[in-house]
Design a protein around this ligand. Structure first.
Ligand SMILES: Cc1cc2nc3c(=O)[nH]c(=O)nc-3n(C[C@H](O)[C@H](O)[C@H](O)COP(=O)(O)OP(=O)(O)OC[C@H]3O[C@@H](n4cnc5c(N)ncnc54)[C@H](O)[C@@H]3O)c2cc1C
Ligand SMILES: *[C@@H]1O[C@H](CO)[C@@H](O)[C@H](O)[C@H]1NC(C)=O
Ligand SMILES: *[C@@H]1O[C@H](CO)[C@@H](O)[C@H](O)[C@H]1NC(C)=O
Ligand SMILES: *[C@@H]1O[C@H](CO)[C@@H](O)[C@H](O)[C@H]1NC(C)=O
Ligand SMILES: *[C@@H]1O[C@H](CO)[C@@H](O)[C@H](O)[C@H]1NC(C)=O
Length: 495
């Protein structure tokens, strides 16, 4: 916690640039009060709930927390931040690995959106209107109950649709149905100058392009409009255990996995799958759009080639799978929300690994990761490949830069209590570094929704947005030249 000082004379606004943002707390909250924007009293129960990020390792302290319930409140909160010279960030589900919804550092205005979570399905057009503070489980639950519809997104019910759909949104439907951002039809947002704009393929198309991959840097989305698909009546979720005990077996098994997922004859669009590696077990897990017999037929060759065996294959309805992948927690998540972890993580996109790249991965796994006794895992999603719907749109059609990569890795290291240890950082960074060391720099990237907050802003921008960075910076320069919506790894405006 930073010391809290509130001594600034109101007249000092012009010189506000060089003083600590915490000294502006009173002017900022006075401005919010004058504009009738609800805000949390420091130390109140709501303050504690709203200031607590999912990742307790990065517990930043805001200058103030606005809790809007209308678009006008959001416009006024943005105006107050701009006038007082305090950076502002939208916070939806608070699940950013870098706590970017709190600004990724102390001293920002948090615009807490989770009181705005209405979801309305238009049964005729199939378009879902989703307020900017909704969580994924709530959206899935409402879409199903209002008309048996769904769209493609990740698995944790508490994740916010805001951060998720603005920066990718990969889940157990993505191989079949693409990313969350691919289902976005239009969005309405408040810009840095407090104006409200709507963007879509035909309205403000540059902004719409940039929003789908880097939205957190551009404004506060008040409302998303998603296309939806009819939720299938029957799906099958599964877990298969791989008994690999040696590095040699892991290498052989992962080679078989790569061959399988890169073969359009074997890997159907309907199969969504990841490899999940921990110190205690290695699993294939996923969701098949079809029945149990269909899944068993499709997985047969992979199980044979990897010696894996099915330990769960369960046919169920749409919400059954949503609950399964949400680890059984209540789907209809809103405010208050109080689940947290203490962790550090990083990510990587790659094409199919060459033998030397694969060896770098398995060698680190078996020689170094095995001795890490914390609760770490590596999740390798089958992101692309010949039958993945993620790869259907052109790579330049949105700001999401890494559509064409086969694999998406998440490296995650967690402590169940206490403080995350300093040596943890190197354990993850070396895992990633040993693999990227063998790959030309233009042949890998990182997922902005699985950010590594230890990276410099330059490295982060390059790794998250690759070839799209220049165009993004130019859109950012148009709509937010003063970098009001700033966070330590956000898009820097072009000058
Ligand atoms: C337990 C857990 C499970 C996860 N599972 C998956 C998964 O299966 N697939 C996957 O792809 N990702 C997954 N993620 C990552 C997740 O998609 C990102 O962390 C996402 O950015 C979280 O969004 P949020 O709204 O909850 O976070 P926040 O911290 O609230 O926001 C994250 C960023 O988005 C911005 N933002 C949020 N809302 C808005 C808005 N309305 N307008 C403008 N900017 C906004 C914030 O300013 C911030 O920069 C998971 C994360 C966790 C913690
Ligand atoms: C939408 O359709 C579902 C069934 O398809 C129905 O139960 C529901 O009442 C409809 N909702 C509206 C608002 O018409
Ligand atoms: C699968 O088992 C066979 C027979 O024991 C063995 O030769 C092969 O290396 C194993 N492969 C993997 C990936 O475990
Ligand atoms: C690979 O891992 C080892 C062991 O942790 C580490 O010493 C080395 O620096 C790493 N190499 C790279 C390129 O990251
Ligand atoms: C606000 O910014 C947008 C984007 O730069 C611009 O188009 C618009 O004219 C501005 N509105 C006002 C009222 O200045």
């Amino acid at each position: 916690m930073l010391p809290f000082i509130a001594l600034l004379p109101i007249a000092g606004l012009a010189a506000a640039a060089d003083i600590s943002p915490f000294e502006k707390a009173d002017i900022l909250t006075d401005c919010l009060t004058q504009s009738s924007v609800p805000w949390n009293t420091r130390g109140s129960n709501d303050w504690k709930l709203d200031a607590a990020p999912y990742n307790l390792r990065l517990n930043f302290t805001p200058v103030a927390i606005a809790v809007p319930t209308t678009v006008k409140h959001i416009q006024d909160a943005v105006a107050c931040a701009s006038k007082t010279g305090v950076k502002a960030n939208a916070k939806c589900g608070g699940h950013s690995y870098g706590s970017f919804g709190l600004g990724g550092e102390d001293g920002h205005l948090t615009i807490e959106l989770d009181r705005m979570n209405k979801v309305v399905l238009d049964n005729f057009t199939g378009i879902a209107t989703v307020e900017g503070g909704s969580r994924l489980g709530h959206v899935a639950y409402e879409l199903y109950n209002q008309g048996k519809r769904a769209f493609s997104h990740g698995t944790c019910p508490g994740v916010g649709v805001g951060g998720h759909a603005l920066h990718g949104g990969y889940g157990v439907s993505s191989h079949t149905h693409g990313l969350a951002l691919d289902w976005l039809d239009s969005a309405t947002l408040v810009l840095a100058n407090s104006s409200v704009v709507t963007c879509s393929a035909t309205q403000n198309p540059d902004l719409f392009w940039a929003l789908r991959g880097a939205g957190g840097s551009l404004g506060v989305v008040t409302e998303f409009r998603f296309k939806t698909f009819a939720a299938p009546e029957k799906v099958t979720f599964f877990i298969a255990q791989a008994p690999w005990k040696t590095e040699q077996q892991a290498r052989e098994g992962m080679t078989a996995l790569q061959d399988f997922v890169n073969d359009g004859e074997k890997m159907p669009r309907e199969l969504n799958m990841r490899l999940f590696i921990t110190n205690r077990f290695v699993n294939f897990e996923g969701l098949y759009y079809g029945d149990k017999a269909g899944l068993q037929g499709v997985l047969g060759p992979l199980l044979k080639a990897t010696n894996a065996s099915l330990v769960l294959s369960q046919q169920g309805g749409w919400l059954d799978q949503v609950k399964h992948f949400g680890n059984g927690v209540n789907l209809d998540q809103g405010h208050p929300y109080s689940m947290h972890e203490t962790f550090y993580s990083s990510s990587l996109y790659t094409n199919a690994l060459t033998p030397s790249q694969l060896s770098a991965f398995t060698s680190y796994w078996f020689t170094h990761a095995k001795s890490n006794k914390r609760d770490w895992y590596v999740q390798i999603d089958v992101h692309g490949g010949p039958t993945s719907s993620v790869t259907i749109p052109e790579v330049d059609s949105t700001a999401y830069a890494h559509r064409n990569y086969l694999f998406m890795f998440l490296f995650y290291d967690r402590v169940d209590r206490g403080v995350y240890p300093a040596e943890g950082f190197a354990a993850i960074q070396n895992f990633v570094g040993n693999v990227t060391d063998k790959i030309p720099v233009e042949e890998w990237g990182m997922y902005v929704n699985y950010p590594d907050p230890q990276m410099s802003r330059e490295a982060a921008q390059r790794n998250y947005w690759g070839k799209h960075l220049e165009r993004l910076r130019s859109v950012k320069g148009e709509v937010d030249p003063g970098d009001l919506f700033s966070y330590p790894q956000g898009v820097v405006p072009a000058v």
